[in-house]
Design a protein around this ligand. Structure first.
Ligand code: GDP
Length: 452
């Protein structure tokens, strides 16, 4: 348990119904006692855990605000320490004045993530679960929230512990050879040892790919809207954003730069960029814009390629089609006008017919986007790596298993295989935080906000 008793405002700054000032540590109750007077005259120190008193925050003779003081006794609190939460009226001033009183009465201002760090140090949650709390706070859509909650419930740690248990068995069987080299021991069953390593390899590889899926869900899918000038890209962008982010105009070539916006459609977050029209041009400025559009097209995870079907197909359309990849949805726009475009050139491609101007066909577009993006559906039970740190650890573990496998296949000594397995174990223990340096934990909690 830490010596310092810490305090911070745990609710966001700004106006709201209530603001909560949280105090945690061995002096939490005595500090709260000096800062709060109950209307009933009862002392906070007389309360059992999970109880509350109604009263007021006091600064000497001054009353700052009415408040509810909620007491949690160690170890049954978020941090595992004695904790008091003072709920006052929402508003920057009241919360700040209450915190000032609490600090004057002996608390130290909490560092970013210090409450969660204490929960981790007191064994209330492991490192992977602590990281998921941060993701829960910043979740932008329902699926992101769901996967963060799964991680917090320990899905990742459980999966890692299963892998660790398998590896420890392998380690034990190797030790028999290293410890009693001269004894008559049955030869190592290489094929079954190899298949045990492969099982771990597969589990780690699944976990690693879960990171990519999770990242898309959390951060959004980089999506570019491309097409010739004047086909309706900006109109579509505006429609998707329901805001006037792009310049909508009938003069060809006005969207010279990339316009970005983040939209969340149901469970999918798209980082949309409306690009300059792609067409052959001699104008230097336009040329640079076209180049940027093509770069953006190539780096995007999803491409919405817009074509104007009210005009006959031309060379620019054919050129654009050549550079579109499998991650493209072809949008046949302006279907409110008389069609003049031979759409058979798109045979075999994913197409959707819309009128961006009349907002028709958009539901179909949403459905196609959703089916393309959600190809890798997250099932309710999957363990998903949610931080770069976790992925790096899993990557190290994966490389060590591959090394162990190669060593075994190439007939390198069994001790060498053991070293690789130990490296893999270290990486996995670092992932769950069971064997981790202070620098790593500090780094994880630094990313939290103050008060969490
Ligand atoms: P961009 O250059 O590709 O971004 O094209 P804009 O979005 O600026 O649209 C060019 C012109 O086409 C504007 O006059 C729009 O109002 C018009 N437009 C866009 N979508 C449609 C549509 O679905 N139907 C019709 N009739 N006109 C459209």
């Amino acid at each position: 348990m830490s010596e310092r008793t810490i305090a911070a405002i745990s609710t966001p700054s700004g106006e709201g119904g209530i603001a909560v000032i949280r105090i945690s540590g061995s002096d939490a109750i005595s500090i709260a006692e000096k800062s709060f007077r109950s209307f009933s005259g009862r002392a906070l120190s007389s309360l059992s855990g999970y109880s509350a008193l109604y009263g007021e925050i006091i600064d000497g003779d001054n009353v700052i605000d009415d408040a509810v003081a909620l007491v949690f006794l160690e170890p049954k609190s978020f941090t595992g320490e004695d904790t008091v939460e003072l709920s006052v009226h929402g508003g920057k001033l009241v919360a700040r004045d209450t915190l000032r009183v609490v600090l004057a009465n002996g608390a130290n201002l909490a560092l970013p993530g210090e409450f969660t760090k204490r929960a981790y140090l007191n064994g209330k949650l492991d490192l992977a679960s602590a990281e998921s709390i941060m993701e829960i706070i910043s979740a932008k859509n329902e699926t992101a929230l769901r996967i963060s909650r799964m991680a917090k419930e320990g899905k990742v740690s459980k999966k890692i512990e299963e892998i660790i248990a398998d590896l420890l068995k392998l380690d034990a069987s190797i030790s028999v050879y290293s410890d009693y080299p001269d004894e008559e021991i049955e030869e190592l069953d290489t094929p079954s040892f190899l298949s045990a390593l492969e099982k771990t390899e597969n589990s780690l590889s699944e976990l690693l790919s879960s990171y990519d899926t999770g990242k898309i869900i959390r951060n959004g899918v980089e999506t570019s809207i491309v097409g010739k000038p004047n086909v309706g890209k900006s109109t579509l962008m505006n429609l998707l954003c329901r805001a006037d982010r792009s310049i909508v105009t009938s003069v060809a070539g006005t969207t010279r730069d990339v316009v970005e916006s983040t939209v969340t459609l149901d469970d999918i977050t798209l980082i949309l960029s409306d690009t300059a029209g792609i067409h052959s041009t001699d104008d230097v400025v336009e040329k640079a814009g076209v180049e940027r559009s093509i770069n953006r097209l190539n780096s995007s995870a999803l491409v919405l390629a817009v074509f104007d079907i009210s005009r006959p197909i031309d060379d620019d359309d054919r050129e654009l089609l050549k550079i579109l990849g499998d991650n493209t949805i072809i949008i046949l726009n302006k279907n409110d006008l008389k069609p003049q475009f031979d759409t058979s050139i798109f045979d075999g491609k994913q197409t959707v017919s819309i009128s961006a101007k009349d907002n028709s066909g958009i539901e179909n577009l949403y459905e196609i986007i959703s089916s393309v993006v959600n190809k890798k559906k997250i099932d309710g039970d999957e363990a998903i790596l949610i931080s770069e740190r976790q992925r790096n650890c899993a990557n190290k573990a994966y490389s060590s298993i591959i090394e162990a496998k190669n060593a075994l296949i190439n007939g390198v000594t069994i001790d060498a295989v053991g070293v690789c397995i130990d490296d893999c174990l270290s990486a996995l223990l670092e992932l769950t935080g069971k064997r981790v340096t202070n620098e790593v934990t500090d780094e994880v909690f630094k990313r939290f906000c103050v008060g969490k």
